[in-house]
Design a protein around this ligand. Structure first.
Ligand code: PEP
Ligand code: MG
Length: 312
């Protein structure tokens, strides 16, 4: 039954009482974007640009980068596409950007911090995104920076984006951003919560370690509380807050995230229909009630059990 419902599901996603939830695709290149464009995805919520360059020994020229980014824009013409600037480092080292050996790469020079050791890298990528947007008739491309930790970084990134007519946002992956969400939102136009890293940094547990799966679980109530703080700040500021980590692809957790106030969910393309089906089975009030209770649980097991009871 459920499998059949998932197979035949068509978007756009709404709760049982008609509240729309934007479901978007995570992509890594033009090919994945083309595939996503044939799905029910309403756009791209996370284009992981670093995955285009995992074996690049030298930095691709602005023109070459623009060509690659343009493939994703052209697959979703007229739709929302969120490009993430290079999140090179840690689990995704990029030869031309990460030069040094680091003792703790997850806590090292990764994401937006790469600009400190590679002057001009971020600016050249933004030039390429601007060029690709112009070539594809995108009037205001959404661009976000990964691994932002301070309000000053958000301010500087936003300045650079606005100088190029790009719509600036940041990922919420470091707990400092959730805790100071109002101040960050005064600088940027949107947030996208990366639950994979937000969980890693909240629980102090390496996301690559199979021994720590109990901790690297976005159902951890501490993580849910940080998401709640972030989404509430988004509501106060009237700015969109999405989730683009693996959490968005878990149908029950997706309902909880919507109940916490998240406005869009971005996930692997093939996860979209199951999330759409589950959202269609619950009302927004059910999602909100579940969110309240789940964020007040003692541990991730209780959180999951409660959610299954209230939303299943
Ligand atoms: C995340 O951290 O949740 C995220 C979406 O980014 P990545 O998985 O690429 O680090
Ligand atoms: Mg991340």
């Amino acid at each position: 039954r459920l499998r059949e419902e998932i197979r035949s599901w068509t978007g756009p996603a709404k709760t049982a009482d008609g509240v729309g939830v934007q479901l978007l695709a995570n992509v890594q290149d033009g090919k994945a974007a083309a595939k996503a464009s044939e799905s029910e995805a309403e756009g791209v919520g996370l284009f992981r640009t670093e995955l285009c360059f995992l074996s690049a020994q030298t930095e691709p020229s602005v023109e070459e980068q623009a060509r690659i980014y343009g493939e994703v824009f052209s697959a979703f013409r007229g739709k929302k596409v969120v490009v993430r600037t290079l999140d090179a480092g840690s689990d995704k080292p990029v030869p031309f950007a990460n030069h040094e050996h680091e003792e703790n790469p997850a806590l090292g020079v990764r994401g937006i911090r790469l600009g400190w050791t590679n002057p001009g890298l971020v600016e050249r990528q933004l030039d390429a995104i601007q060029m690709a947007a112009e070539d594809n008739g995108v009037s205001e491309a959404w661009v976000m920076a990964p691994m932002v930790a301070t309000v000053d970084e958000a301010y500087e990134f936003a300045q650079k984006c606005r100088a190029r007519d790009l719509k600036p946002g940041i990922m919420v992956e470091v707990p400092s951003v959730a805790l100071l969400a109002d101040q960050f939102l005064a600088e940027v136009d949107f947030f996208s919560i990366g639950t994979n890293d937000l969980t890693q940094y909240t629980m102090a547990a390496d996301r690559m370690s199979s021994h720590l799966a109990m901790l690297t679980d976005p159902w951890q109530p501490a993580v849910l509380r940080l998401i709640a703080l972030t989404a509430q700040a988004g509501e106060r500021a009237g700015k969109p807050v999405g989730v683009c980590g693996e959490a968005a692809a878990d149908p029950l957790l997706a309902c909880v995230l919507v109940g916490l106030g998240v406005t869009s969910l971005s996930m692997a393309t093939n996860a979209i229909p199951a999330v759409g089906v589950q959202l269609g089975k619950v009302t927004i009030d059910q999602c909100r009630e579940a969110a309240l209770q789940v964020a007040a649980s003692r541990n991730s097991r209780d959180a999951k059990e409660l959610a299954a009871e209230l939303l299943g």
